[in-house]
Design a protein around this ligand. Structure first.
Ligand SMILES: Cc1ncc(COP(=O)(O)O)c(C=O)c1O
Length: 400
C-alpha cells in the first residue's frame, strides 16, 4: 500500500512503517493468505474452529430475539458487570464492586488501548515482556510512549528477575504484564508477580495485566496480579470472553480497576467505540456464571489438543517445550536444520501443508536474533485437524 504523506508521525512509528513509506502486510496476513492459497492447515492464527458452550450461544440468540439490539450502557450491561464481579470473587477471592470498578470493552484489545491512551504521556516508558502480543507495540506507539522489554528465553520462557529490576525505572509509567503469556504459553510464578508489584510501588508505576488466557492453564493455577498484596490500588486487570468461550469474533472484553484509574479510561473508551456487542454481553454473563467443572472441561479439552500437536511437532523433529497455558506451542526448527523460522514458515505449506508463524513477529526487529528459529503453532483446533497436521509434518525432516 502506498501512503503519500497520509500518516501522522505517531501512526508511522506505531505501525513500524518501512523507510520506503510502505505498510508491509503483517506476517499473520501473509501466512493466512498462504494457507488459503495452498489449502494448508492454518495453525498460524489463534482462533478456535469449534463452537463454545451451547448455553452461551443460545443466550446470544435469545438476546437478539428479545430485542437487545441497540446501544448498551456505556459501562456495559448491568448483568455482565455483575457477572464479572462475581467471577473475580468466585475464582480468585477478589471482591469487586460492579458499579464502580468494572468496564465492559470491545475485546481485551480496546481495554488495552483505552487504558494505555488514558494513562500515558508522550515519552513515558512502558515495560512489557518480549515476545509480546503485537497490539502492545502499536498501542504504545500510538500513545507516543516508549516501549521497553524484558526478554523471555527458551526453554521455560520466564523473565530473568535481574533484567526485570533493571528495566523498571522512575521513567516507567506502566508495567504491562501478560500472564498466561502469548505466544510462549508461560505463566508467571508468584515470586515474579510479587517482584512486579514491588517494582511498581518503588517507581510509582501502574500495573496493567492482560489475562485473556486466565482459564486456559494446564496443571498450573492462574493468579491475577491484582490479588498479590498491595497490588490492587495500582492495577488494571484486563480479560475477555473470546478465548474462554470460543467467541473471539464477539469481541466482548472487560477491565477491573480502582475507580481513580477507571475514570480516565472510561473517558477515552467513550470516544473509541463508545459501546459494542449488546446481545453478546448478556451471553458472556451466562458463560462467566457456568459451574467450575465447565471451565475445567474447557481447559482439559485444550490440554489434550496441546499434547497431540506437541507430540506431532516433536516426532517431526522440532524442539518443543510444553506450554503451561494458552492456545500456542513454540517449536524450535533448529534441530531440523532451519535457523530462519520465517523462511521455513514460507516453505511449510509446500513441505507439509501446514502454516505457522515465526516468533519474530512478536519481537522488536533488533532482538530477532534470539528468536530466529522459533515457530508458533496454534492448537485451538479440532482434534482431527491436529492429527492430520501432525501426520503431514511427520516426514518433514526427509523433505528438507
Ligand atoms: C495476549 C492477548 N491479549 C489480547 C488479545 C485480544 O483479545 P480480544 O480479542 O478480546 O481483543 C489476544 C488475542 O489473541 C491475546 O493473545
Amino acid at each position: 500500500m502506498t501512503i503519500p504523506g497520509a500518516w501522522s508521525r505517531t501512526a508511522r512509528a506505531a505501525m513500524l512503517l518501512g523507510d520506503d513509506g510502505m505498510l508491509h502486510p503483517t506476517i499473520f496476513a501473509e501466512m493466512s493468505a498462504l494457507a488459503a492459497s495452498t489449502g494448508s492447515i492454518n495453525l498460524g492464527q489463534g482462533f478456535p474452529d469449534e463452537s463454545g458452550p451451547r448455553e452461551v450461544l443460545d443466550a446470544a440468540c435469545r438476546a437478539i430475539a428479545d430485542g437487545h439490539n441497540q446501544y448498551p450502557p456505556g459501562m456495559g450491561v448491568a448483568v455482565l458487570r455483575a457477572a464479572i464481579a462475581d467471577h473475580q470473587q468466585r475464582f480468585y477471592g477478589m471482591p469487586v464492586d460492579p458499579g464502580t470498578q468494572v468496564l465492559v470493552t470491545a475485546g481485551a484489545t480496546e481495554a488495552l488501548a483505552a487504558t494505555l491512551l488514558a494513562l500515558l504521556e508522550p515519552g513515558d516508558e512502558v515495560v512489557t515482556l518480549e515476545p509480546f502480543y503485537d497490539a502492545y507495540a502499536a498501542i504504545i506507539g500510538l500513545a507516543g510512549a516508549v516501549h521497553r522489554t524484558v526478554r523471555l528465553r527458551a526453554p521455560d520462557f520466564q523473565p530473568d528477575l535481574d533484567e526485570l529490576v533493571d528495566a523498571v525505572t522512575d521513567r516507567t509509567r506502566v508495567i504491562l504484564v501478560n500472564t498466561p503469556h502469548n505466544p510462549t504459553g508461560s505463566v508467571l510464578p508468584a515470586e515474579t508477580l510479587q517482584l512486579i508489584v514491588e517494582l511498581a510501588h518503588r517507581h510509582d508505576a501502574i500495573i496493567v495485566t492482560d489475562e485473556v488466557y486466565e482459564h486456559l492453564t494446564y496443571d498450573v493455577a492462574h493468579v491475577p496480579v491484582a490479588t498479590v498484596p498491595v497490588a490492587r490500588e495500582r492495577t488494571v486487570t484486563i480479560s475477555s470472553g473470546g478465548k474462554t468461550f470460543n467467541t473471539t469474533g464477539w469481541k466482548v472484553g472487560w477491565l477491573v480497576a480502582p475507580p481513580e484509574l477507571l475514570g480516565p479510561i472510561v473517558a477515552v473508551k467513550q470516544y473509541l467505540t463508545y459501546v459494542n456487542g449488546a446481545p453478546f454481553q448478556p451471553a458472556i454473563a451466562v458463560g462467566l456464571g457456568l459451574p467450575r467443572e465447565r471451565f475445567d472441561a474447557i481447559a482439559l479439552d485444550l490440554r489434550i489438543k496441546r499434547d497431540i500437536l506437541a507430540a506431532g511437532l516433536s516426532a517431526a523433529g522440532f524442539g518443543v517445550t510444553l506450554p503451561q497455558a494458552g492456545y500456542f506451542v513454540i517449536a524450535d526448527a533448529a534441530p531440523l536444520g532451519f535457523d530462519d523460522a520465517a523462511a521455513l514458515c514460507r516453505r511449510l505449506p509446500d513441505l507439509a501443508g501446514v502454516v505457522g508463524v515465526p516468533v519474530t513477529a512478536f519481537v522488536h526487529p533488533e532482538h530477532h536474533g534470539d528468536y530466529r528459529s522459533l515457530v508458533r503453532f496454534a492448537f485451538c483446533k479440532r482434534i482431527d485437524v491436529l492429527e492430520t497436521a501432525s501426520a503431514q509434518l511427520a516426514g518433514l525432516s526427509a523433505r528438507t
